[in-house]
Design a protein around this ligand. Sequence first.
Ligand code: AMP
Ligand code: GLY
Length: 412
Amino acid sequence: MARVLILGNGGREHAISYKLFNEGHEIFMLGLNPGVAKFGTCIEICENQIAEFCKNNMIDLVFVGPEKYLVDGIVDKLENEGIRVFGPNKRAAILEGSKSFSKNLMKKYNIPTASYEVFEEFETAKEYLKNSNFPIVIKADGIAAGKGVIIAESYETSISDLEEIMINNKFNAAGKKVVIEEFLIGEEFSLMCFVSGNKVYPMKIAQDHKRAFDNDEGLNTGGMGAYLPIKHITEEDVKEAVDNIIIPTANAMILENREFKGVLFAGLMKTKDGIKTIEYNVRFGDPESEIILQSMTSSLYDIANDIIDGNEIDLRWNEESHVGVVLASKGYPEDYKNGYEILGLEKVKSQIFHMGTKDLNGKIVTNGGRVLIVCASAHTLEKAIEKAYKDIEKIECDNLYYRKDIGHLSLK
Ligand code: AMP
Ligand code: GLY
């Protein structure tokens, strides 16, 4: 039994903790999560106290959930203190930390992606938009909690969006620089791979539902639900993505002296011209990991260690279909209120992961944009979906909403 510290306290980190706990490990989490508190120890310390905590508590492995820690260089800091940590270092995490870096890398190494330009001046970006076709996609260069992407339908809205990002600092410093890129049309899917240098191990693919409302209406969110398998993405599509995108990216990072170790996540679009990259993330997806880890039957702890050491990994899966439906605070991804009591969780048979909740004197209350994810598994996707939605009805809370169509694309 090992002692593992998980950084981050959302749904993804609850799922990672739960998997490691079920493998027999002792769980510590940096941050509070009422779901994890049932089987692990949640702690609140500052970032600069992590190394000391690890040493004092004989932590065998640190598992990093969110991108911010990685982009800020937590892996480098802990490794310098002799602590084992799973995730890419700062030089490699730039793949998610800067969209202009990743777009330029893709251009340099011929990795398929939407055509684009990078701008640091509002006026030049505005000039470029004057001569563009719409819709067009405007992205803040830095990380913005999955919300730094705007799809502008017309010249007029694109200018006000640009103003919001570059002048009114809607995404803070992340929007000092923007990438403006071609709008891709097609079917989106998420491919996560364990990567250690030039070794690439694809996981199962999953589909996230980015928009807030049914039928992909409303604003982009961090993700409103995920499922697998995806009927309309074939094995050949996945092979194309691995061969043309993931392997070349892993190799490009080595050539750039930025060797990648960890989970490389490619957000992909199957277009009429082949599979193209929408974005890279340098960690497990949220909510994808909540279902993918339920499908994984091999040891996540062993995989993390083998990736760190550059050994071959043992990656196995069950044959089930999985779905995860997110319950979000009304108003999310814009303003919302916290503190609404959630009842009925004990009646739910599916696996629940806490994304943004808080224990308030023994009551579970909402405490974030995405609040809970209800994950169900079954032999068929149809059954898994049925189970998840049946269970959601047992959850009582005055301020939650959810999409009713998670996974439905693959049922048609
Ligand atoms: P990202 O944070 O880069 O994944 O973008 C968030 C979401 O915006 C993606 O999951 C897509 O649904 C959408 N998106 C981003 N870039 C594009 C693009 N070039 N074309 C079409 N949709 C896009
Ligand atoms: N679900 C997309 C992400 O984790 O960024």
